[in-house]
Design a protein around this ligand. Structure first.
Ligand code: PGA
Length: 261
């Protein structure tokens, strides 16, 4: 995998937004897999700035959701459907019908998971999947010891993830749902390009295990080592525990310009 170390979160957002913009110039109706949480926000801000300046047109892009809380009404402000409408669709000028995601309110959750997994494939597959990483190494909501071959399914959040996400629910962990629907690791690995963005010291241990540890379900993000085109973008703080940081910097500085991410 390629590891790009950037000075800070803003620089990370810019570099990932530029990769998305390049993709959209080449394929205007690309299917972008997007993530929620705090980490991707600088990406969406940088991409929206490119749209406003006319550097890229995102109006034909299609957006696919990575995961969703089970049981939150779709119109709840913290359902990921709502979050992505606010943070991605509206700022990028993408119509609501270009959005696909799992139904977290379905009565038959396993069926809703299977329907979404199939829909991703039928849409031609995700072109670029943006990923954050949990402090416990999760991608999507594939918590530690998720099957590396898993498909979209229901998962139970760890207590740590609920604590981490309580800030979106007024700091009240009781408001954070216990269950989610998440693309499985096997599903995520089918995207054509994976871009994992990690910022802040709190992600340093998980990122070191992801990049330099063994491929192991205990660190679900380590599965990206199996992907032929995986890019990790990390700020200095998140990269601070990488033993090969010197090599990663050297490789990036010497990379041909035309290659992009
Ligand atoms: P964060 O979440 O970006 O809010 O830190 C990352 C994740 O849980 O994947």
């Amino acid at each position: 995998m390629e590891v790009v170390i950037v000075p800070d979160a803003k620089a990370g957002g810019e570099i990932v937004a530029e990769a998305m913009a390049r993709l959209l110039r080449r394929k205007p109706d690309a299917l972008l897999g997007v993530a929620t949480g705090s980490t991707p926000l600088p990406v969406y801000e940088a991409l929206a700035a490119k749209v406003r300046s006319g550097a890229v047109d995102a109006s034909r892009a299609r957006i696919a959701q990575l995961d969703e809380y089970v049981g939150l009404p779709a119109e709840h402000p913290e359902s990921y459907r709502s979050v992505l409408r606010r943070e991605v669709l509206e700022p990028l000028g993408i119509p609501a019908d270009s959005f696909m995601g799992p139904d977290g309110t379905a009565e038959d959750v396993p069926e809703a998971c299977a329907v979404y997994d199939r829909a991703l494939a039928e849409a031609g597959g995700v072109d670029l999947q943006l990923l954050g990483i949990g402090t416990d190494g999760h991608i999507g909501f594939n918590e530690p010891c998720s099957s590396l071959a898993s498909r979209t399914r229901i998962k139970t959040l760890t207590e740590q993830t609920r604590v981490d996400n309580a800030r979106f629910f007024g700091g009240d962990i009781e408001q954070v749902p216990h269950h989610v629907i998440t693309q499985g690791i096997g599903t995520i690995l089918q995207a054509r390009h994976l871009v994992l963005l990690a910022t802040g010291e709190g992600k340093a241990d998980a990122l070191a295990a992801t990049v330099e540890g063994p491929v192991a379900a205990v660190c679900p993000a380590s599965a990206i080592q199996l992907h032929p085109h995986a890019t990790v973008v990390a700020d200095e703080a998140a990269a601070s525990k990488l033993k090969l940081a010197g090599y990663f910097r050297y490789a990036y500085v010497n990379k041909p310009d035309w290659q992009g991410l």
